[in-house]
Design a protein around this ligand. Structure first.
Ligand code: P6P
Length: 336
């Protein structure tokens, strides 16, 4: 690896002072996520080799079969975050309720909460397609030293202090923001070190890729159907290319590099869409806006929504600004 690529550890130290809450705890938190990412990466990469595939027999609150790697990733991230006494609460796609962590050390009452989707796209695991981890970090809103409440988790996305994802793909990358742009780090598995490989990631203002599960087309609202047809028309720089991996993190990552839009609209089958606001849409929206992109529920900014429950779902349109705005335009016109 070229000497000029600094490590994630060096980057965190260099940028700690620029972070407005520079207590050092956030740096420790990002470091904890880095460690958990390496452990999960190791398991994901050998999933086909040991008897870890196949449903763990349980189903999570979403009613989805829990793959054993889902369970393992969930346990690893929760355990790593708990052990470091940095956070006071954790919520996970794989946990019905939030987890309250009371510090043993009265002096160091922790003030951060973390929401995670420990292994997004897990249905792709046994077909060897990329999966990812998504995380979202807030400061608590209830008094430090008291047990966290649901209010600490039901904050609008605009309150996030950090967010990011790990994509376990052809290479493993950690991409995150603390509100000062988006930076991508690639893991060198030979030495277990993340290196800054994609500094200051930015969505192109527009693009030619649209990502949606077109198998749901007949169930979409009219405005979404109209936008999809617009993408397919022979005119100007269209038709666009349709690319849908079935893994939000992977589709988002490709679109951020190449330009594009990801859509998971509501439909007659899913009245609020499928994606969860707190640990999928808000963190990806924070990254999108920090990378000069846009994230909408079809009408307005995702990060302005006031959450009402831990696992609530919202329609999600995210990516290159001009493409998200065009989709919003078609949705609005169809309602007139
Ligand atoms: P569908 C994975 O379960 C996920 O949450 C996203 O990562 C992905 O984009 C989407 O759902 C796929 O859902 O209904 O198109 O299979």
């Amino acid at each position: 690896m070229d000497k000029k690529h600094k490590t994630l550890g060096e980057f965190i130290i260099e940028n700690q002072s620029s972070f407005q809450y520079s207590s050092g705890e956030l740096s420790k938190l990002i470091n904890a996520i880095r460690l958990a990412a390496k452990v999960v990466n190791h398991e994901v990469n050998k999933a086909g080799l040991i008897d870890i595939l196949g449903a763990a027999g349980d189903t999570n609150i979403q009613g989805e079969d829990q793959q054993k790697l889902d369970v393992l990733a969930n346990e690893k991230f929760i355990q790593t975050l708990k052990n470091r006494e940095i956070v006071c609460g954790i919520a996970s796609e794989e946990e019905d309720d939030f987890i309250s962590i009371n510090s043993q050390d009265e002096q160091h009452q922790n003030k951060y909460i973390v929401l995670i989707d420990p292994l997004d796209g897990s249905s792709n695991i046994d077909v060897n397609v990329s999966v990812g981890t998504i995380f979202s970090i807030y400061r608590r809103v209830t008094p430090v030293g008291t047990p966290v409440t649901i209010e600490d988790f039901l904050q609008p996305g605009d309150n996030q202090v950090a967010a990011g994802y790990i994509v376990y793909g052809t290479s493993t990358m950690l991409v995150y923001t603390t509100g000062d742009g988006v930076n991508g780090f690639t893991l060198n598995p030979a030495i277990g070190t993340f290196y800054l490989s994609h500094p200051n990631m930015q969505f192109p203002e527009t693009g030619k890729i649209y990502s949606v599960n077109e198998g749901n087309y007949i169930h979409f609202p009219q405005g979404v159907k109209d936008y999809i047809k617009y993408c397919q028309q022979e005119e100007g720089d269209r038709p666009y290319t349709s690319r849908y991996i079935g893994s939000l993190v992977s589709d988002f990552h490709r679109n951020m590099i190449k330009g594009g839009i990801y859509m998971y609209p509501k439909s007659s089958k899913a009245s609020e869409g499928k994606l969860r606001l707190l640990y999928e849409c808000n963190p990806m929206a924070f990254l999108a806006e920090q990378a000069n992109g846009k994230a909408s529920d079809g009408k307005g900014r995702i990060m302005e929504l006031k959450p009402t429950e831990l696992h609530q779902r919202v329609p999600f349109f995210c990516g290159s600004t001009k493409m998200v705005e065009k989709a919003e335009e078609f949705i609005a016109n169809a309602l007139k």
